[in-house]
Ligand binder design. Structure first.
Ligand code: FES
Ligand SMILES: [Fe+2]
Length: 378
């Protein structure tokens, strides 16, 4: 049995209530490395917003779970993703978001690639003014592409190339968003939270359990606990609130909502009738991650500057409340008391357990537990 299997033994025990993942799953380099090689390579992961690559030549580097990647808008306007690594001596090619023009040029020995990754220049590689050498084929030394799928404003990649087609992978979250006319989606702003000092899983878990809402967001929302439920539906885990009485107006938190994720790192909040938020969650290490949130209207409407300012402040405050909790979850993992993982509410955190089961499946390649072990309260 491998070290990770051993670590997860208490997690797999059929206790009542169920335990959460052990502390080491949030703090240890070994577990993080296992996630980088499994969770983040074999699934579809969200790595960027289309709206950040406006014109041909716009390039955004992103390092996700140890993989340096480069997103580029090509001449035809399509978004491409590559490993952000020069094929000569493997330097990272682009360090900051910028427009590279027509060519991605490596600063070390000036190899240059076009926006589709083809190697176009390898100056003096074979000697002075000899740009080729025996057996060296530029065609074999282009940038290595990464499988990409664009869904609305969101860029997904599948690093090992073997995941099921995105349409199938994301079918359940898409079904739950039926009725939205995607062509009317309008991005009205982005919040950049920078680095959050917690493991990426705490942010996901926080989003899919409705248990904390009434306590952590008491000043920003009035959604009563009894109107909430959890969602466990294929790769879509989440929580939701159907208010018996709508107490707020569009753009407040007092409306019926859907908090949906697409395993492993995509988060979408839908706030009826006409608003949406999508989060880019970039894990950067066992105890750190980066987060941005894009704000959208779903019926094409534009809002006044004042309304947008109000929304930005609302969501900034709400997420700061969440981040304080998730950073303290991380701090608590330093204690021996959290070694065995804490306990999960069968009513409100079965979605958290389902998420953790998927992580455990990926790092150990075990099968998921049988359906039906979760509370069916939808
Ligand atoms: S490492 Fe890129 S050109 Fe040499
Ligand atoms: Fe929250």
């Amino acid at each position: 049995m491998g070290a990770i299997e051993t670590l997860l033994e208490p997690f797999f025990e059929e206790t009542s209530p169920r335990r959460g993942l052990p502390a080491a799953a949030y703090t240890d380099k070994e577990f993080w490395d296992a996630e980088c090689m499994s969770v983040f390579t074999r699934n579809w992961i969200c790595v960027g917003f289309v709206h950040e690559l406006k014109v041909s030549g716009d390039a955004v580097p992103i390092k996700i779970a140890g993989h340096p990647l480069l997103l580029v808008r090509n001449k035809e306007g399509a978004i491409r993703a590559f490993h952000n690594v020069c094929r000569h001596r493997c330097l990272t090619l682009v360090e900051e978001p910028r427009n590279v023009g027509k060519l991605i040029r490596c600063p070390y020995h000036a190899w240059a690639y076009d926006l589709d990754g083809n190697l176009r220049a390898s100056p003096h590689f074979g000697g002075v003014n000899e740009h080729y050498s025996k057996g060296f084929d530029r065609k074999q030394n282009g940038l290595v592409p990464v499988r990409t799928h664009i869904w609305n404003d969101w860029i997904f990649v599948n690093i090992d190339g073997d995941a099921e087609p995105f349409e199938d992978y994301a079918s359940t979250i898409k079904e739950r968003l039926n009725g939205i006319e995607w062509e009317n989606l309008n991005c009205i702003g982005t919040l950049d939270f920078g680095e959050i000092a917690c493991n990426w899983k705490f942010i996901m878990e926080n989003f899919i359990e409705p248990y904390h809402v009434q306590f952590v967001h008491a000043s920003t929302t009035d959604q009563p606990l009894e109107d909430h439920f959890t969602i466990i539906d294929g790769n879509c885990l989440g929580s939701a609130v159907d208010l018996q009485e709508e107490i707020g107006t569009s753009g407040s938190l007092g409306v019926s909502s859907r908090y949906l994720t697409l395993y492993p790192n995509f988060i979408l909040g839908r706030y009826f009738p006409d608003q949406m938020g999508v989060y880019l969650n970039i894990p950067t290490g066992p105890g750190t991650m980066m987060q941005k949130r894009a704000l959208y209207t779903t019926e094409g409407q534009s809002l006044s500057e004042e309304a947008i300012r109000g929304l930005r402040k609302l969501w900034w405050d709400v997420h700061k409340e969440d981040h304080e909790m998730t950073e303290r979850l991380q701090l608590g993992r330093a204690s021996q008391v959290s070694a065995a993982g804490g306990v999960l509410s069968p009513a409100w955190e079965d979605s958290v357990r389902a998420f953790q089961d998927m992580v455990a499946r990926d790092v150990t390649s075990r099968k998921l537990p049988k359906e039906g072990i979760y509370n069916d309260n939808q």
